[in-house]
Design a binder for this molecule. Sequence first.
Ligand SMILES: C[S@@+](CC[C@H](N)C(=O)[O-])C[C@H]1O[C@@H](n2cnc3c(N)ncnc32)[C@H](O)[C@@H]1O
Length: 409
Amino acid sequence: MLNTFQQADHPALPKATADEAARQEFTKSFKGFIQSTLLPGLTPIYQTRVARKFEKDHGRAPADRRDIRSGMVGDIYFQHYAAANRIAQELLWESVNGSVDRQLPELIAQAKALSASTKAQLVIPEGFTPPRYVTALDIHCMPGGYCSEVCEDDVSVGALYDRGVYLYSMGYTGPNNDDMGRSVVNYIKRHMPDFKPRRILDMGCTVGHSTLPYKELFPEAEVWGIDVGGPCVRYAHARAAGFGLEVNYAQMSAEETTFPDAHFDLVVSHILLHETSGKAMPKIFAEAHRVLAPGGLMIHADLPPFDLMDPFTQFILDNETWYNNEPFWGAMRDMDQIALAEKAGFNRADVKFDTAPMAVMEFAAAAEGYSQEASEAVAEREFTAGEFAPGGGWEVLIARKPLAQKIAA
Ligand SMILES: C[S@@+](CC[C@H](N)C(=O)[O-])C[C@H]1O[C@@H](n2cnc3c(N)ncnc32)[C@H](O)[C@@H]1O
């Protein structure tokens, strides 16, 4: 079934001309075609040609995703699939970039006006240096990455991300691109109905897609989103104001924030970790532990670890590492995050992985936040291995800081 619902408009969002909208819609449909038509073809190709040839050449069956990849890369069907995927990704950003460039002065003026209309804080420190793992390449082929600033008060990469990510996820994260945040909040409300966080920190918030549901569903809480990208938090601040939500944003690294110890009851992130590095992740966990109050929760929603899936699915997902400028995508999935959380100060017994079902797939949640049409479009669709949010749930690492922790002698 086709996904027919559109991104919800808001005052900070770039507006597309008819031509721009047509190009953008094409890239979304092209991605949909690749996912629904080309991707399923990889399984029979692997089973009938590649695995057999591998076995003949090596005298054994492929053992892991690396073996599978070594066989698949020479196959013409896979080459066409991977090339089409890369082209779709580049076209997607290009279709939005021109539109953002055309209206940049108006987007900046609009963001400034929106930001001026809210009491929420926006903190952009002088001379902030983002980490190299963010600036060294254009992650997921997004021109300019998250941090490029082309003029004063720039919001361009924020605007680019807001529209581009909607096309990337083909709308399946909901009209406000907020399914991850909404799903985690729903998860908290369902499993911990008495948990009422007073202060919430969203690390690596980009433009606040996942941050806003926390304010919406915990309206009494003070909510902060932090990101290393200046244009992202500037845009996020304006976007929240456009939705009438008071959410604070700061350009800050999750590795080392300026918040006091034990300041937050809830520290979350959504698809942040796989865009960092092996050195940064332990620091991010340690920082989350430091700023959490006793009894507080750290929740990271990100890509499921590879050991939860079969080698062929691992191979398909790992194509993002190879062809979509996501250098840490595969390595992060191999890391032992439970051990990392323990090293950061959490007790192993208080750490676990779980699945937060996608909010857009849940009828009750859909009735509150999404149209019937949207929820049915997603719920009726069959997800293929390797697709966005396979199985319709977000993997969450959850750790609770103990109420009282023994202090080492
Ligand atoms: C995929 S995006 C996250 C999307 C966002 N959380 C959401 O749910 O819409 C990853 C973000 O993490 C940010 N980032 C990477 N390393 C960071 C760090 N050390 N501290 C804060 N933000 C970081 C990037 O700038 C980027 O905006």
